[in-house]
Design a protein around this ligand. Structure first.
Ligand SMILES: [Fe+2]
Ligand SMILES: [Fe+2]
Length: 186
């Protein structure tokens, strides 16, 4: 049975691609050029709607089970769970600021803020994913069995991935075009 960790690792690869797209836009901003605010907003919308609402709760279900099986990981579980809240809050705030610009608020006052928020968001999320991949994901692969994976699956919400799943949601066409560009530029 394909365990959930395989899926989570795949999602991390996807999230890192989106963070690379975001970085490219922050570079424009840094050079004094106008970034694609719509693209940035769509990326953050995805992160707040898919990563925060689907990916993180699934991880938390796995981590909670690990903490029961091996109390030595409890501290690590608490730290990563806390980071989910920090990432969720900062993503939502950043998304709000980007949405205001899309809706006509002048970006001039916000440029430094947007750049700082974007850099911080990327740094925190990348470090968080690395920590999971090198720590609790590996422990979960060792400690949990098929019945555990079935239980986790039945207890957590799932929804099709609107960017990397089978059907791309209309709202994310711009993001997908840019992802395709990223591949063809390599
Ligand atoms: Fe996480
Ligand atoms: Fe994760």
């Amino acid at each position: 049975m394909e365990n959930e960790i395989f899926k989570l690792r795949k999602e991390h690869v996807n999230f890192k691609k989106l963070l690379n797209l975001l970085d490219a836009q922050l570079d424009f901003l840094h050079r004094g050029e106008t970034p694609d605010y719509q693209l940035m907003t769509d990326i953050l919308y995805y992160m707040t709607q898919y990563s925060d609402l689907i990916h993180h709760p699934r991880e938390e279900a796995i981590f909670a089970l690990l903490a029961v099986r091996d109390p030595r990981v409890a501290e690590n579980v608490a730290e990563l769970t806390k980071q989910h809240h920090t990432i969720g809050d900062s993503g939502a705030r950043f998304y709000g600021k980007l949405e205001n610009i899309i809706n006509g608020e002048s970006e001039i006052m916000r440029i430094e803020e947007i750049e700082t928020d974007g850099c911080q968001y990327g740094t925190i999320l990348r470090a968080h994913m690395d920590k999971e991949e090198q720590g609790l994901f590996m422990i979960a692969e060792k400690l949990l069995d098929d019945d555990d994976w079935k239980k986790i699956k039945s207890e957590t919400r799932s929804k099709p991935d609107p960017i990397f799943g089978e059907a791309i949601e209309v709202r994310f066409h711009l993001v997908c075009d840019q992802l395709a560009q990223l591949v063809s530029d390599k």
